[in-house]
Design a protein around this ligand. Structure first.
Ligand SMILES: [Zn+2]
Length: 443
């Protein structure tokens, strides 16, 4: 497996045995693993603290039964912003090999809404970019190949790059996938074998890349001169607006808005030419970038930047209020759950998405509140325990046998879709939506 850490950057030891550092002075800033003081984009320091969530385990490191008697690693989860470029970020990068391990349990294709969104995206992108059949499309962090499937069925040559064992599942489904962290070496190998890519995509992985330099330089090398690089990232404005603090976890090193993204892409020789807001993961942006720094922003992108500024996304006052809102949300949720427990009710969880880990660890929701959390039978998480809080993850059929009093919807960002589906299948429990303000659905 290629290592994201082989960067050629100047590194120093921080005394903890981990290496971290920045690239040479004439290079854009990067970092490897561990704690850092400087902005991940522009290198400015110090960063301005927004909120300290305490120490948390990696959100997708579910615990196997045999591991329950062993120590578990927790890392700092502290949110900051840079007052020079505006990038909101955390200040600690867990080793990617620990976050995106061989048995990593998340599969894109398991979320039905995402699957159909990605299929629609393929059709639309092919039309907009006028991609010819046989064009090479490369997806970085391609997971189970869900995104590429849409391009393949429309006649494109596709190649995935995915560091976890899910690469094998993609290959078995006929989506050629290299099991590796994407970097310049991987880019050169692909270039030699397949030629330049007309389109490179990176959906919901761009915030995950610890060391941006090797990744973005690799993309620049592999992309055809008239090619397009499309990234999708959770959108900071949606995160703040709808209080999605549960998306703050170690896999997400940066929370993107347009201005810092534009600045970052420019450092690596790209221009952002268009941005659209999309519903994925509770509100994301799809960012279109081309090679060269002369590309002009579309009218809709300029309009979005104005909206960001009007919302206060680049002002410190917004983040002071954000912290207060998060704390109030926690107090209300724990008040509700504690009250129900004191009255003798049984509560279980619905789903075990990565994002539920932050809420559960930050609020302290363990087996004392939830008897278990239920996942689709096909989920790789069934039989494991939630990270840090150790709530058992079970096959959702148990819900229907048990009919618990209350069900806490941990995938709340999908709205009422999941509760309505479970109700139609015969679940009689009352549903609790935990965020932004906890509510009990009374239908
Ligand atoms: Zn900065």
């Amino acid at each position: 497996m290629a290592s994201e850490r082989s960067t050629g950057s100047s590194q120093k030891d921080d005394g903890t045995g981990r290496t971290f550092g920045r690239l040479a002075d004439d290079e854009p800033v990067g970092m490897v693993t561990g704690h850092f003081n400087h902005c991940q984009n522009c290198g400015h320091e110090p960063l301005i603290p927004i909120m300290d969530f305490g120490h948390h385990p990696p959100c997708d490191s579910l615990v196997r039964p045999a591991q329950l008697t062993k120590p578990e690693a927790f890392y700092p989860l502290h949110l900051f912003r840079c007052d020079r470029c505006g990038l909101v970020q955390i200040d600690y990068a867990v080793d990617p090999a620990e976050l995106f391990y061989e048995e990593y349990p998340y599969m894109t294709g398991i979320t039905g809404a995402l699957k159909s969104n990605f299929d629609a995206m393929a059709g639309k992108v092919i039309e907009t970019l006028r991609l010819q059949p046989g064009s090479l499309v490369v997806d970085i962090g391609s997971n189970d190949g869900t995104i590429l499937q849409g391009f393949k069925t429309r006649g494109m040559r596709v190649l995935g790059v995915e560091p976890t064992g899910i690469a094998k599942i993609a290959n078995s489904r006929g989506i050629t996938t290299l099991q590796a962290f994407f970097n310049q070496d991987v880019a050169q190998d692909v270039l030699k074998k397949e030629g330049p890519a007309s389109l490179i995509t990176a959906a919901n992985v761009f915030a995950h890349v610890a060391n941006l330099g090797p990744c973005l330089r690799g993309i620049h090398a592999l992309l055809a001169d008239n090619g397009t690089f499309i990234s999708e990232s959770h959108y900071l404005l949606d995160l703040i607006d709808t209080l999605q603090y549960d998306t703050i976890y170690h896999e997400h090193l940066r929370f993107y808005s347009i201005k810092p993204m534009q600045d970052m892409m420019k450092r690596f020789g790209f221009s952002v030419v268009d941005v659209e807001r999309i519903p994925n993961h509770g509100g994301s942006i799809r960012v279109y970038a081309v090679k060269g720094t002369e590309g002009q922003p579309s009218a809709r992108m300029q309009e979005l930047v104005k909206q960001e500024e009007a919302y206060g996304l680049y002002d410190s006052a917004l983040y002071v209020t954000f912290k207060q809102r998060v704390e109030q949300s926690k107090w209300k949720l724990m008040h509700l759950l504690s009250d129900l427990k004191l009255k003798g009710h049984r509560i279980v969880g619905i789903g075990s998405p990565g994002r539920s880990s932050t809420v559960m660890n930050y609020c302290g929701i363990g087996p004392d509140y939830l008897d278990y959390t239920a996942e689709q039978a096909t989920s790789l998480k069934v039989g494991l325990f939630t990270p840090g809080t150790h709530v058992p993850v079970v096959d959702e059929k148990k819900l229907f046998e048990d009919q618990p009093d209350y069900a806490l919807v941990l995938a709340w960002h999908l709205g009422e879709t999941v509760p309505r589906k479970l109700r139609s299948k015969g679940l009689r429990s009352k549903f609790i939506m935990p965020l932004p303000d906890p509510v009990i659905l009374d239908w």
